[in-house]
Design a protein around this ligand. Structure first.
Ligand SMILES: Cc1cc2nc3c(=O)[nH]c(=O)nc-3n(C[C@H](O)[C@H](O)[C@H](O)COP(=O)(O)OP(=O)(O)OC[C@H]3O[C@@H](n4cnc5c(N)ncnc54)[C@H](O)[C@@H]3O)c2cc1C
Length: 453
């Protein structure tokens, strides 16, 4: 098959490389597109979108391929595959980075840190900047520098009707608003321009861990600690069986633990002072907090979430943790059915909460936490249903405490869940913009926003 004006690799079923190209992070997803168009730049993206439109082929966009629901692939359609578009150019004078739409976080972090700069990115380096940014973007640095979208300066976008637009505060500001939280609904972003911030390259960061039977006390301490912690404190909780990774001492491997993953986004000596109470309020089984390159901290959890395992997750945003919410979290973490599953609790607040909720399409900035119940198992595990049921049960038990949900942590959910994630007002504004920029819902393999009537 030939795509007019296309210079990248075009793959169809049966072609060498097709089977590899259709694989994404979640091994549970098995979709077979008619064509995978491996784009090398915006010209290829324009050609691929026009080609698909002329043939009425549905279009999926593949960034880093991490969406748990498998939105990067579709059955029978055309995939605009951006995974070869990983160029990054940092301008150290203006403190900006221009990153192509198929970059992973490791590409952006590496180039930015060469100049002692950074932007809030995901906590696993093989996650794509595309989906993560377009959904909002939470990570270790967010309390200091805001969500990823709060540092977004502009996007280059190929729209459903085959136009190339630059969206920013001055040009197409409505589209720019929608791209900051509205996901891949509005076009193919061929590059993102970020404002960068001074960081490191050495930060005080690492993992503190206690046995799971201390989880209640740890979470209660955390609640009080974060209530008035400075913005520099990035902190998340991990409840799981300690994996056999170098970050955990061997005696903890396989044992249920509560871990705090901390990153102080400021001077190391200041961080030593601020983080001391966390490290001393009760003796941890592991204190891995030490000065280290930010790049090393970013990569610490890469091996815990490898490509090809089967994953299923359910999520909520939560207000500050109450005692009953902590009890529910701990109870369900202790009932985990797979050594690969985990409950992660991000801590928001700080700079995230200071941006007006209407400033971007990301909804729910006043939530204190984002929790993700991640069920994971090996492809040949016969108990997959048990692992899914564990995630669903924990999620249902947390519902009474919920304060919305982060779109990037949604699974393949019914339309009303997507609508609820945005709330009525933001969803209505997104739907109106969808009908302007993509009235036929060409880009629908995402947490979909249906065009307004
Ligand atoms: C291991 C792991 C760790 C994670 N950690 C974090 C985290 O720390 N913080 C956080 O906020 N989220 C995190 N996430 C969630 C993550 O934000 C979403 O999974 C996100 O969709 C990943 O983006 P992607 O480009 O890799 O995925 P893809 O599956 O390629 O894309 C996701 C969606 O975005 C669209 N899309 C992707 N790129 C583009 C583009 N350039 N233009 C237009 N549309 C595009 C796709 O069509 C699809 O609908 C994590 C996910 C995983 C699997």
């Amino acid at each position: 098959m030939e795509i007019a004006g296309f210079s990248g690799a075009v793959l169809q079923p049966g072609d060498e490389g097709f089977e590899t190209a259709r694989r994404i992070w979640n091994g549970d997803v098995d979709r077979k597109p008619a064509v995978i168009a491996g784009c090398t730049g915006p010209a290829d993206v324009l050609a691929a979108v026009r080609f698909a439109r002329e043939r009425d082929l549905p279009i999926a966009i593949r960034g880093g391929g991490h969406a748990v629901a498998g939105h990067a692939m579709c059955d029978g359609g055309l995939v605009v595959d951006l995974s070869a578009m990983t160029g990054v150019r940092v301008d150290p004078l203006r403190r900006t980075a221009r990153a192509q739409g198929g970059c992973l976080w490791r590409h952006v972090d590496r180039e930015s840190q060469a100049f002692g700069l950074a932007v809030t990115g995901g906590i696993v380096t093989h996650t794509g900047i595309g989906g993560l940014t377009l959904g909002g973007g939470i990570g270790h640095l967010m309390r200091r520098f805001g969500l990823t979208v709060d540092s977004l300066v502009s996007c280059d976008v190929v729209t459903a009707d085959g136009r190339f637009l630059v969206a920013g505060a001055e040009e197409h500001p409505d589209l720019f608003w929608a791209l900051r939280g509205g996901g891949g609904n509005f076009g193919v972003v061929t590059s993102f321009e970020y404002r960068l911030h001074g960081l490191g390259p050495t930060v005080l960061a690492g993992v503190l861990a206690w046995p799971m039977d201390e989880a209640g006390a740890v979470l209660r301490f955390l609640r009080d600690f974060v209530a008035d912690a400075p913005d520099e404190v990035g902190i998340m909780v991990n409840l799981r069986l300690a994996p056999p990774l170098p970050v955990y001492p061997e005696e903890l491997h396989g044992r249920p633990i509560v871990a705090l993953v901390v990153c102080y986004a400021g001077p190391v000596d200041e961080g030593e002072e601020v983080l001391r109470p966390l490290r001393t309020f009760r003796t941890p089984a592991l204190d891995g907090v030490a000065p280290k390159p930010y790049l090393a901290h970013q990569a610490v959890f890469d091996p815990a979430f490898p490509h090809g395992r089967h994953y299923y997750w359910k999520s909520w945003k939560l207000p500050p943790l109450t005692d009953p919410a902590i009890d529910v979290l701990v109870e369900h973490a202790a009932a985990v059915t797979s050594p690969l599953s985990t409950i992660g609790v991000f801590t928001l607040g700080g700079a995230v909460a200071r941006v007006d909720d209407d400033a971007t399409a990301f909804t729910g900035r006043t939530a204190a936490h984002d929790i993700n119940v991640v069920a994971a198992w090996l492809p040949d595990d016969p108990k997959s249903e048990r692992h899914r049921a564990w995630a669903r049960t924990a999620w249902a038990a947390l519902r009474p405490f919920a304060q919305g949900v982060y779109v990037n942590f949604l699974s393949d959910e019914p339309a009303q869940h997507v609508q609820a994630a945005y709330g009525n007002r933001t969803y209505a504004r997104l739907a109106a913009l969808k009908s302007e920029y993509d009235p036929s819902n060409v880009f629908r393999f995402n947490s979909n926003i249906a065009p307004a009537d």
